[in-house]
Design a protein around this ligand. Sequence first.
Ligand code: ZN
Length: 903
Amino acid sequence: MLSGASRGACRCVFANVAMEDVFPALARRSDAPDHPPRRPARGILFMGFRCAHFRNQQFAKFALSVPAALLVLAASCVRADLADAQKLFQSGEYRECSRTAQAAIDAGEWLEAWRLLKIDADLACGEYPSALKTLQDALPRYPSSVVLRFAGRRVMQLNNRPEEADQLISEIETLVNQAAWRFSDPAGLVVLGRVLLMRGEDPRRVLEGFYDRARKAQPNYLEAYLATADLALAKHDFALAAEGLENARKLAPSSADIYSRLAQAYAPSDHAKATEFLEKALALNPRHVESLLIQAENHIDAEQYDEAKAILDQVLNVNLREPRAWAYLAVLAHLEGDATGERLWRSAALSVWRTNPEVDHLIGRKLSQKYRFAEGAAAQRRALTVDPKYLPAKAQLSQDLLRLGEEEEGWRLANEVYDRDGYDVLAYNLMTLRDRLQNFRTLEAVDQDGGGLIVRMNAREAEIYGQRVIELLQKARASLGTKYDVRLEKPTVVEIFDQQKDFAIRTFGLPGGAGFLGVCFGSVITANSPAALSGNLSNWEATLWHEFCHVVTLQKTKNKMPRWLSEGISVYEERQANVAWGQTMTPQYRQMILNGDLTPVSELSGAFLSPPSGLHLQFAYYESSLVVEYLIEKYGMDTLLRILTDLGVGMTINESLQRYAGSLTALDVEFAAYARQKAEALASEADWGDPDLAPSADLAAWEQWSRDHPHSISALRTVAKKLIEAERFEDAKTPLKQLRTLYPDDGGADNAEQLLARVHRELGETAEERQSLESWAARDAEAIGAYVRLMELAAAEEDWPAVRTSAERMLAVNPLLIAPHEYLAKAAEATNDSSAARAAYRALLALDPLDPAAVHYQLARLFFQEGETAEAKRHVLQSLEEAPRFRAAHRLLLEMVNRESPQ
Ligand SMILES: [Zn+2]
């Protein structure tokens, strides 16, 4: 999606000259087939060997003396040599390529392409001074070459000559201003497009007016595809990038440049494809630095730091001066708490170009991805100090600040980025989101010491359950803060979105991430409201408890903790707070553990990065929580706290674990045994095998199979369901009771208690039905069916505390329904909890009840009882406004008036 609001004034690089003026030929031909005037060509037949820059006099004489047909032959020989040299470059033989190009230049080859290739090869292997010399020799020889000047910019930068780099761009602008038509060949168009983008030109105009035109003029011109992809990738428009690159790879199937960009384009959406393309790029060119750097970054993301270093070694073997390789090493040193190393590697990264903003931008971006938002933001500020116009740093800084809760500056910067670049998908999305956030309501519960909570949510939702959110978070803050010995000094910001897209943009900057319920950045939490989950409801109380636990552990460790440990503690704490929250052992997890799917503790973070399936990702969370449980059981809570303290001072997790658990290998082995034992303990008497009988087989066959395999969970469940289907409810009790005895902790779908509740209901055995429902509800945090029925049954028996428990469980899943609030109001009134009753009636009003007059009346009555006459009167009048003949309301109003002025 390269679209957005249309931009204002066109910021054209060519002073006060509109795009059409730059390319009058193009403007005139807008409706004609594209035949841009050919540039005086590079080939021998077009260039003319009498050219003033033609230095190979011997060849000139020879050329003059032979017929034109032979000259074609000569030209094709030259091209064949050039093609061979280009092949050397493409396969990573940079030094050989450089030597070949130099030899050709020395032999008097006049083609500019030889110089460009020499420069590229020298840059690729870090021979920056040599590239500079080639450039300096070539510039006077090709005084009107914009391609050479654009390539020269990079050469100058990498030779620490930023002013001369800028000078070359100015020269391009001057050349175009003098005779724009000369640069309307594909190569010129692409270079001018890139220059215009640097100057802040509208990307869509560049795309259409330059890159698309270049491609139309020469459909096999690869540079046009690469430039388009670079533009789309920079604007986070991955679909557009992928589309163009897929076409390009048909044209140049052996270009590692295309495959490495394809890997980037697919990385956010299709991990397998991205990996495949990256491997392809490296198969074509094992020394392809761009691809190697992606690979290193992937390892860093997976916390595979040694592997990342090995890849960076390979990069430095190709190019010892590669700034990004040194920048990644600085990131790794930071993550390992090695401040000296970090300083040294950063200096190395900046040694070739002291004011290179990319170095600190890259360091900061990676640190932010590691949740070190404060350090990341500091790095972006350094990048902006050397280049205040460097937009990627500004964009990243705005994201960092928003995640740090420093919203004022964060939004201001996002706005600045958007103003400069309205087509950046990320900036555009953020601005749209900011507008929507204006309609949110802010609920504050800030302590005197400055800590506390700031909750933002949709205004209507805030009315309905905002107070519940605050109360839950306050409980989490008190409980987890004490347990982990953390004092949260600044308020925690919690934003709850009623649209998943808004959640995704606030969280990831881009739409997507549909599986995520909530995310924590340290002191900022983002979460989906039940309205955003479109039917896939989940317990929001469990989600917020989980996220708040991240707030506590991230702040304790100053965000310096591996992902697995952070997730593990949060899932573990869910279970501690409520057995129905947090994941527990399931038959699938049991199977995975026994099948050897456990990831070693030291590699657990990687399991979150590219899980083969959703189940594997869920399992990574569960396994991490099991490691935490194991650590606490074996070494005590104090040790867990010490580990968190170690991380906070910069120790790595493996170093810290070794301090308390001895060798990591031993820890892996012992934990695997612990997990295995847990797995085996799940319904240990049960037969977990898959029956060799079709699910569609008849009841008799299944009954026989079950008799032969009396401990088969699967058979018992199938028989029971078939009996229920046949309405043989009394008979269904036997397999269900056997199932319950074998697997009492089952909280999954079609668990024994759930099915028993159905059977008892059918048989009119209300007491037993209620008992089964209670057992099911206690184990399943999303058992809506159980909560609804329990509310009915308990209300019929006027068991108000039980009604309230079920209503509250229901509200923890979906507070946007009327029924639980109604039950809650009744239960609260019956137990004389006026404040809870009023809250429930207020929520009801926000839910547009069928009979608002009745709800206002109930509120009026309660307020009147509490002596809050003004509120009472307001509601009774609203009730009468809705239903003017409502007698009870009239009587209440009269009572109020009488009390105010007794006769
Ligand atoms: Zn989490």
